[in-house]
Design a protein around this ligand. Structure first.
Ligand SMILES: *Cc1c(COP(=O)(O)O)cnc(C)c1O
Length: 364
């Protein structure tokens, strides 16, 4: 029996193999490899696909995040509200700038619990970072009205939510800056590292372009101490190929998720659901189980691999001990870390593979 991996990146490649190979060869033969036609074309096409005015490609998702807060002038002494159950990169995007993350517990959809935000706002609060975790959406109308009321900046971590939507509006377009990762396992994944920000503000886009390229607008004339975080031509070209097919790829994930939701039946498991009025892109299919670790071992024995997203919440990680939190500081976040499990789901997953996962889960 073949082992079913939690993710299969090769399947996504073979779906459009000829197009990817043609593009890679074309870029190799072009003689131009960093910040050229492919990057600027991708930036235009991705901004349009998201429903945003500007896109700026950068080196990866973490860079998109920390550069976003840098451009917004958020740093030492400032607080940023962020959900506790996120990938640690979201938090690093804040702390790299010397700002302080203030953790917020998640709601039943794994997203930032917007009913808990207002009580956490202080005079030091400068921004809210919403992470659209697993491809789902936070209650964005609540977030937007709070940001207006308290004059807060709004940044969205869309590393897992390319194309997800709340009331018809795509994630990344609700606030000042939307940050994306194109790490290979993301829904819009490159064949290496990549990232981008989107924004409707010309000045922010301009500042990001300067920051990503050593602080220079004109070559060798450096206005600020910048960084080197550029999307390269090959990745941008390959992302353009994938972007052409992204709607159908997202639809395929939705169908896989629907099939799981209608066929998995086991009282020991809590299945994920889509918030009303939202469009999830199902970056992961994350179930919850009180006997999670026994379930992992059981599935492994049945030749089915799984991943925990994420076993240690940022506030309990060694990296953030200096923030002074302990076990029990955020009970819901910690409960999710103990119970969540991502089951296999990827573009190109076969019916047989999915049936095997369903049967195994139902027999647990
Ligand atoms: C993947 C991811 C990131 C970081 O992206 P990289 O490109 O790996 O730096 C940030 N936030 C979330 C929620 C992610 O899933």
């Amino acid at each position: 029996m073949e082992f079913i991996q939690p993710n299969r990146l090769d399947r996504g490649f073979y779906q459009y193999q000829q197009e990817f190979e043609d593009k890679a060869l074309a870029v190799l033969r072009s003689g131009w490899y960093v910040l050229g036609h492919e990057v600027s074309s991708f930036e235009e096409e991705f901004a349009a696909w998201c429903g945003s005015k500007y896109c700026v490609g950068v080196g990866n998702g973490l860079d998109a995040l920390w550069m976003a807060f840098r451009v917004l002038g958020i740093g030492p002494g400032d607080e940023v509200l962020v959900q506790g159950n996120t990938y640690i990169a979201s938090v690093m995007g804040i702390t790299i700038n010397g700002a302080t993350p203030i953790f917020v517990e998640p709601d039943e959809y794994f997203q930032i619990d917007t009913t808990k935000l207002e009580a956490l706002i202080t005079p030091r609060t400068k921004a809210i970072l919403v992470v659209h975790l697993y491809g789902h959406n936070a209650k964005m109308d609540d977030v937007v009205s709070l940001c207006r009321k308290y004059h807060l900046r709004l940044v969205e971590d869309c590393a897992q939510s390319h194309g997800s939507a709340f009331k018809g509006q795509k994630s990344g377009t609700f606030g000042d800056i939307g940050c994306f990762s194109f790490y290979p396992s993301k829904n819009l994944g490159a064949f290496g590292d990549g990232g981008a920000i989107i924004t409707d503000h010309e000045q922010i886009a301009q500042d990001m372009k300067v920051l990503r390229n050593y602080g220079s607008e004109k070559r060798y004339y450096n206005k600020i101490v910048g960084t080197n975080s550029r999307l390269d031509e090959i990745q941008a070209g390959l992302l353009r190929v994938k972007l052409r097919h992204l709607d159908e790829l997202c639809e395929e994930c939705r169908e896989l998720a629907d099939a799981y939701s209608s066929h998995i039946q086991n009282e020991k498991l809590i299945l994920p659901k889509e918030r009303p009025d939202t469009h999830s892109i199902w970056h992961q299919y994350v179930i919850r189980c009180r006997e999670r670790d026994r379930l992992i071992a059981y599935l492994q024995e049945k030749q089915i691999g799984t991943i925990i997203h994420y076993p240690i919440p940022p506030h309990l990680s060694e990296a953030y001990q200096y923030l002074g939190y302990q076990k029990g500081s955020f009970p819901i976040t910690e409960q999710f870390a103990d119970e969540v499990l991502s089951i296999p789901m990827y573009n190109g997953m076969t019916r047989e593979e999915q049936d095997r996962v369903v049967d195994a889960l139902n027999a647990f």
